[in-house]
Design a protein around this ligand. Sequence first.
Ligand code: KIV
Length: 280
Amino acid sequence: MLATNNKIVIFDTTMRDGELTPGVKMNLQEKIGIAQLLEQMGVDAIEVGYPGRYEKDFEEIFEISKVIKTSTICGLASSDREEIITVAQALAPAAKARIHTYTNVNLSNQSRQSEAEVLAVIKDSISLARNYCDDVEWSAFDATRSELDFLCKSIEVAINSGATTISIPDSLGLMLPEQFAQFLENIFNKVIHINDAIVSVHCHDDLGMAVENSLTALTCGVRQIECAINGLGARKGNADLEKIVQGVLNDGEFQIEIDTSLISIASELVAQITGIEKEK
Ligand SMILES: CC(C)C(=O)C(=O)O
């Protein structure tokens, strides 16, 4: 069943996935400047870092959580207990906090765990995150290379365990728009409680399809798009925030609350900090 609400949540990952762009590192002051501009712009959720993996990200999330009031501040963790507790501690000062936790659902990638074990990991990690935070996003890492029935079972467990946003990443950017739409439609048809959570997409641009795939996803019921200023992100990057916002506005069917006049200022600021100009 399709979602009926037409509000699109804009989730920015310039400072988390964007920091995986080859050669890019941002310091605390730079991240504070970017976060303030994203907040002014009206970005709903700002992902600042991954403190379980990168020590410097703890202080960045903690300090940015003190200054940002209207946008949700988000930090990433794997399903590991210590990583979830660390991100919860980093988010402690936030007015609006989100724990984003992920689990690899492509079992062909890891022969160590059975389906039942992975489902238990999903349940335990999300339940733990919910003890700290009412707003928990769960990402099905490598979803587009996973087995569909297992992916759907995983999503059902994630929702039943308290995830409020479910993200379906195209982690390696392998999908073409029609394929991705069919894949998402299958998920919406098979997961019984899918409309109890906001469904998100996180598309990588390896085939140059991140923006098109993300916008196509809206017609399938997706209501959050993960994107980055100047399309920064691992390998070829993530969906470019400016193109996503413009695409949503042009469509006219969805509601979005972004001050578009600030996007070029953010683009220039991020280009100056990273040394990477936006591709036209
Ligand atoms: C952790 C997840 C969201 C990710 O970055 C990816 O799948 O690309």
